[in-house]
Design a binder for this molecule. Structure first.
Ligand code: ATP
Length: 372
């Protein structure tokens, strides 16, 4: 897990019991999250789960129906005490999906605008603007207007504007989703570098698990207006809390099973066709009799005609239903009791298997065992 040294004056964020209703629609329900000073947190979830609303509440652009938010030692919202510090007094930097630059201002004026608002003496502006520009890797385009810049350059200006005012917290709402893939990748790296260099506590809203895993120290998975799992990127990707989180982070294969016994990091399971299987298990305790699923990504599974022998690979018997050629890949559909698994392998290996044939599906002994 990456950690960044908090520089002086860096603030943590505390979100306590935040609820938000729009009329009769409940969008957030009793959400709490502690964010350490200087950390990079991703709010990860599907469209409509409420992650943007939570970020906007931290920003002061939306007001919670209930709850408390503290930034550093300052309470910025407390519904019970009727505290609600205006957005422009919260000392935040914000970057959104749309760059939201002022079209009539030059790059320099855009970046300096928050400095003016904050009352930074004019004599300090050039140095602050230059340092923010250098931070985001923009060439000297100070006199251009936003319309004369590419999308990537505009987003760099938006990031420079957000950090020039030395905010306590940086809030990013899908800032890279309008950019093409290679530019997005480059700017992701730069966002992480900016965070590490400036040490600003950062919250990123994203629906992209890869982006969350690449940037964040801590990922909070949001679903249906609540946080369902908080952990490091590897916690979330390797030990998702349940089947729904697993599907969301790229697990495509689920084998249903019932727990026979679980102790000392091992779990014994029985599959729907009566086969038994033992796996390593580091996740939540699963009592005997519990209905679970074993999650795998399609490239983590393999097929073989014999039982696997290696110690860190387990095997279960199945019946090959079909093989589909997909360019350099080959997909095998295998029936195991009532379940169907799809296994993707490189088509290079010469493995002739006939539909109807009994084969072995191999999986890692650390494949996660999840609540259904
Ligand atoms: P997306 O990635 O699509 O923006 P999200 O997870 O960020 O999704 P939110 O934008 O927070 O989700 O929206 C959560 C829910 O709240 C949605 O059902 C949305 O329609 C609703 N919502 C958001 N803002 C308002 C509003 N001002 N009035 C009424 N409903 C709203």
């Amino acid at each position: 897990q990456r950690t960044s040294p908090p520089s002086s004056g860096v603030s943590g964020i505390s979100i306590c019991g935040v609820t938000k209703n729009f009329g009769s629609l409940s969008v957030l329900e009793d959400v709490s999250l502690e964010i350490e000073p200087g950390s990079f947190v991703a709010l990860l979830g599907p469209s409509g789960c409420g992650k943007t609303t939570l970020l906007r509440i931290v920003a002061g652009l939306e007001h919670p129906s209930d709850g408390v938010i503290r930034i550093g030692n300052e309470t910025v919202v407390d519904t019970a005490k009727r505290i609600d510090v205006p957005s422009n007094k919260r000392r935040l930097g914000m970057v959104f999906q749309s760059y939201a630059l002022w079209p009539h201002m030059t790059v320099e004026q855009n970046i300096a605008y928050p400095l003016r608002k904050q009352g930074v003496p004019r004599s300090e502006w050039p140095a602050r603007v230059a340092s923010a520009i250098a931070s985001v890797g923009l060439p000297a385009l100070l006199d251009r207007r936003p319309s004369q810049l590419s999308g990537g350059q505009q987003q760099r200006v938006a990031i420079a504007r957000a950090i020039a005012a030395r905010p306590r917290v940086l809030l990013l709402d899908e800032p890279l989703s309008n950019l093409d893939a290679s530019l997005r990748d480059q700017l992701r790296r730069e966002l992480r570098m900016i965070h590490d260099r400036e040490g600003i506590t950062t919250i990123l809203v994203t629906h992209d698990q890869e982006e969350a895993a690449m940037l964040a120290d801590l990922v909070a998975v949001v679903r249906d207006g609540g946080i369902v799992q908080v952990g490091s990127p590897s916690d979330i990707l390797d030990r998702p809390a349940d089947q729904q989180v697993a599907s969301f982070v790229g697990y495509g294969n689920f084998l249903s099973a019932t727990v026979l016994e679980s102790a000392k990091g091992r779990i014994e399971l029985v599959l729907s066709d009566g086969q038994k299987l033992a796996l390593d298990h580091a996740g939540e305790h699963m009592p005997a009799g519990k209905a679970v699923v074993i999650g795998s990504r399609s490239h983590e599974l393999g097929v073989s005609t014999g039982a696997p022998e290696s110690g860190d690979i387990s095997g279960v018997r199945g019946v090959l239903e079909a093989t589909t050629a997909l360019g350099r890949w080959r997909e095998r559909r295998v029936a195991i009791g009532d379940d169907r698994l799809v296994i993707r392998e490189l088509a290079e290996d010469d493995a002739t298997m006939e539909p109807g044939q009994t084969i072995w599906v191999t999986m890692s002994t650390t494949a996660p065992v999840l609540r259904r």
